[in-house]
Design a protein. Sequence first.
Length: 205
Amino acid sequence: MKVLLINGSPHKAGCTYTALCELAAQFQKNGVETEIFQVDPKAQSCIACGACKGKGRCAFEGDGVNECIKKIEDSDGVIIGSPVYYANISGGLASTLDRVFYAKKSFAGKPCAAVVSCRRGGAGSAFDRINKYFSISCMPIVSSSYWNSVHGNTPEEVVQDKEGMQVLRTLANNMTWMIRCIEEGKKAGIEFPEMEAKITTNFIR
Ligand SMILES: Cc1cc2nc3c(=O)[nH]c(=O)nc-3n(C[C@H](O)[C@H](O)[C@H](O)COP(=O)(O)O)c2cc1C
């Protein structure tokens, strides 16, 4: 059982990373392996070239996007973390996730969650932004006892956010539970529902 923790901050060991470490420690207590994947803060934005169509990978190599797709595919669950930048996610993460989800389209059935780190405000809209990738991809979003955010300007401040830390531990426990339920379900012959061929409309036809 493995959960991928994605660090969308340019700071490899900053506040977002501190939140991911709290998750990793709780997953470890639950017997779940974790890996932290560092997003390239200079990741190229999606240029809508469409070269990914049907391929499941982006045409641009070398900035971690295709590696990220593979790592999500190989994991049993994924948690995406971002610092809050002007009430949104970091630019590097936005570029990465646009290309990951546009190329791959779907990680259907994979449990997922968003975590955001901010000094003071804008956590809600950044959290929503990450959840939008999941909820267009048939991915079950795991929740906690609050919207997953931590507050602080430094890692030392983040660990003082006791409620934020607890929300993360609860999230790790809830995701462990969901992954185990899915595993047991598979053993009992319960598979993720087959998807219909996609119907795409643009509201006028
Ligand atoms: C460009 C930029 C924009 C930011 N915008 C916000 C914001 O809207 N709200 C907020 O509370 N903090 C904001 N911050 C502060 C970071 O979100 C906060 O320090 C975060 O915890 C840093 O996480 P990190 O150490 O993982 O990079 C911003 C920081 C930067 C660099």
